[in-house]
Design a protein around this ligand. Structure first.
Ligand code: SAM
Ligand code: SF4
Length: 366
């Protein structure tokens, strides 16, 4: 992205004309249909532990929060949930937890992954696709989990502004370490996803334009971003620094711009987006998201996996209904990997275009 187009993107965020939102959604939808069709793929989200060694200033799971009940699902519980998802047609799950990096813990989840990967679907004949979101681990640990059978990894950069990153994390967490982790994941061979929170205290529209530039420069395969939602028992919630005025609209604009700039990546309609607006899912999909993450965590544990206040959950029927109403199709029995990943691996030589062949460029479309 050139300096001029970065300024143009920041201008889009500053613009309050509602007709701009309509235009952005139309262009994002056009790009998505051309490159990815109308499919929406589910990743059954299993939040298997809320224990965390980190103390991120924004997150309800931070180790300093003594007001939550900590849990860790048993091996059999995780496997059972994964196989239930599998039988229901979800061909992918996402295993997520607080950051737990002891070798005992990594051995534990590697064993769970290997066991789940041992099963084959009668319908599709393939194993379950596994995405991980476990935070910062060592190169060796990432490799161990890859060898166990995981093939996608989500690690948000949270903000591409190093100064802001440092303000929302304690000193022992560093921006450069996060970059090293993203590079390690790519080198090992994972489909790599990252993302940011939108509306952080002190974050500017220019920061968001730089985030989009960062995603492109990192050549990412998957994107998961959503609004920052304060959690009352965290230090960041008590900060009085200025916020951007409308995190929901800005998130929808970010998604639409990301889809236009990176038409072949997989992009999540985040739970946070669905939690702050009743039409969050539908608008997120219209803005170009093609992945949803229905929560499979047992009912009993969900209230203890509160990253932010008022986290909402959609059941399967509601999700299916909303996806259909938005004009897309919930697609079961397929992994739904990121076409971008296959292209950068040289495994797809031509543009994958289910309904057309034109590429999407910001210049020609805004
Ligand atoms: N511990 C792992 C990690 O940090 O990558 C995975 C789980 S962590 C809860 C997943 C994501 O939740 C983080 O990357 C962060 O962006 C998001 N998150 C945490 N607190 C949040 C908040 N208050 N509002 C919105 N998103 C939040
Ligand atoms: Fe832990 Fe992840 Fe929350 Fe940070 S964002 S406190 S690493 S769960």
């Amino acid at each position: 992205m050139t300096h001029t187009s970065k300024i143009k993107i920041a201008d889009i965020f500053h613009n309050t004309d509602p007709s701009l939102d309509r235009q952005l959604l139309e262009k994002a939808d056009h790009c998505r249909r051309q490159h990815l069709g109308s499919a929406v793929y589910p990743r059954g989200l299993i939040e298997y532990s809320n224990c965390c060694r980190r103390n991120c200033f924004y997150c309800g799971l931070r180790r300093g929060n003594s007001l939550i009940r900590r849990y860790h699902l048993q091996r059999e519980q995780i496997i059972e949930l994964a196989l239930q998802a599998y039988d229901a047609g979800y061909q992918s799950i996402c295993l997520q937890s607080g950051e737990l990096s002891s070798s005992k813990e990594v051995d534990f989840i590697a064993d769970v992954i290997r066991t789940i990967k041992g099963y084959r679907s009668k319908n599709s004949g393939q194993g379950l696709g596994i995405t991980l979101s476990l935070g910062e681990l060592t190169y060796k640990q990432y490799r161990q989990l890859w060898e166990a059978g995981a093939h996608r990894y989500l690690l948000r950069i949270e903000t591409s502004n190093p100064l802001l990153f440092q303000k929302i994390h304690p000193p022992e967490q560093s921006y450069n370490r996060r970059l090293e982790c993203l590079d390690a994941l790519r080198e090992i061979g994972y489909q790599v996803g990252t993302g940011v929170m939108i509306g952080l205290p002190g974050q500017s529209y220019e920061d968001l334009a730089t985030d989009l530039e960062f995603f492109q420069a990192k050549d990412i395969d998957m994107l998961g971003m959503g609004p920052y939602i304060p959690h009352p028992d965290t230090p960041l919630a008590r900060q009085k620094t200025e916020f951007i005025p409308d995190a929901f609209t800005t998130t929808i604009r970010m998604l639409a711009l990301a889809r236009i700039l990176m038409p072949d990546i997989n992009m999540v309609a985040s739970t946070a987006l669905q939690s702050i607006h009743p039409d969050g899912l539908k608008l997120g999909l219209k803005a170009g998201a093609n992945i949803v993450m229905p929560v499979l965590t047992p009912e009993d544990n969900r209230k203890d996996y509160m990253l932010y206040a008022n986290k909402k959950f959609s059941n399967f029927e509601r999700l299916k209904h909303d996806i259909h109403e938005a004009g897309y199709e919930l697609t079961l029995w397929q992994w739904g990997d990121s076409p971008h990943y296959f292209k950068r691996q040289g495994l797809l030589t031509t543009d994958y275009a289910p309904t057309g062949d034109s590429t999407c460029s910001l210049r020609s479309r805004i």
